[in-house]
Design a protein around this ligand. Structure first.
Ligand code: IPE
Ligand code: IPE
Ligand code: MG
Length: 236
């Protein structure tokens, strides 16, 4: 890995918590708990590597389909770790952000997350974005509705709408598009994650389950990214 060519924005689909647990004959929630421990190390390493933005997919708009106990447990684990790690995140100059409509989460989770947002809002280091109740299609639809309102209320002509305007109505407003998207657990799909934003991202898929994803796995993914040639439709 070349320490001077670190991607500015890394996005991760943290998948495989359930299968990690199953392989150990543990309940699925033990996998989600182990996933949080893995995440802590990845946040720290991203920060020391000089990554500017780390986005992690923690809960999708489709994950509500899961049994109530699992959904409730995931948010309990989230509250536990945000509470436990917030001081250290703050000390490490990490700025926390959320992508998605987190107002629909349980009340204690909303409160804890808002505390994290408020406490770290002036930090200038790694921007750590957590996608919670996030779905890219919904995000794009909401942005399209905003644009329709701009037109209906006469602030913009439909022919003048731009990609930049669309981007400015997404949750990722002010965040550059991900350079590298990593998905763990062997699945090779986006599952409604950053559809608009990943138009020219590089993808790295690994069979490792998320709880087993170590800082060296991260460095390996970065190194694979560094070997890619990004053309953005042009020629090199
Ligand atoms: C990812 O792990 C975490 C969430 C989706 C919340 P999974 O829970 O999807 O794990 P698998 O895919 O069942 O192994
Ligand atoms: C994607 O994983 C969502 C998160 C990692 C939060 P899923 O496990 O929900 O995705 P599918 O169902 O396998 O596509
Ligand atoms: Mg999964």
């Amino acid at each position: 890995m070349d320490n001077k060519r670190i991607p500015e924005h890394i996005a991760i689909v943290m998948d495989g918590n359930g299968r990690w647990a199953k392989h150990r004959s543990l309940p699925r929630l033990a996998g989600h708990n182990a996933g949080m421990i893995a995440l802590k190390e990845i946040v720290k390493r991203s920060s020391t590597l000089g990554v500017k933005h780390l986005t992690v997919y923690a809960f999708s708009t489709e994950n509500w389909k899961r049994p109530k106990d699992e959904v409730g447990g995931i948010f309990k684990i989230l509250v536990y770790y945000v509470n436990k790690e917030l001081d250290e995140l703050y000390e490490n100059n990490v700025k926390v952000g959320i992508l998605g409509d987190y107002s629909k989460l349980p009340k204690d989770a909303v409160e804890k997350l808002e505390e994290a947002l408020a406490k770290t809002k002036n930090n200038t280091g790694l921007q750590f974005h957590i996608a919670l109740n996030y779905g890219s299609r919904r995000e794009i639809l909401e942005a399209a509705k905003h644009m329709a309102i701009e037109v209906a209320e006469g602030r913009c002509r439909s022919e003048d709408l731009t990609e930049e305007m669309m981007s400015s109505f997404l949750y990722t407003k002010n965040i550059p598009d991900p350079d590298l998207v990593i998905r763990t657990s062997g699945e090779q799909r986006l599952s409604n994650f950053l559809l608009w934003q990943s138009a020219y991202s590089e993808f790295v898929f690994t069979d490792v389950y998320w709880p087993d994803f170590t800082t060296s796995c991260l460095e390996e993914a970065i190194s694979e990214y560094q070997g890619r040639i990004r053309r953005f439709g042009g020629i090199k």
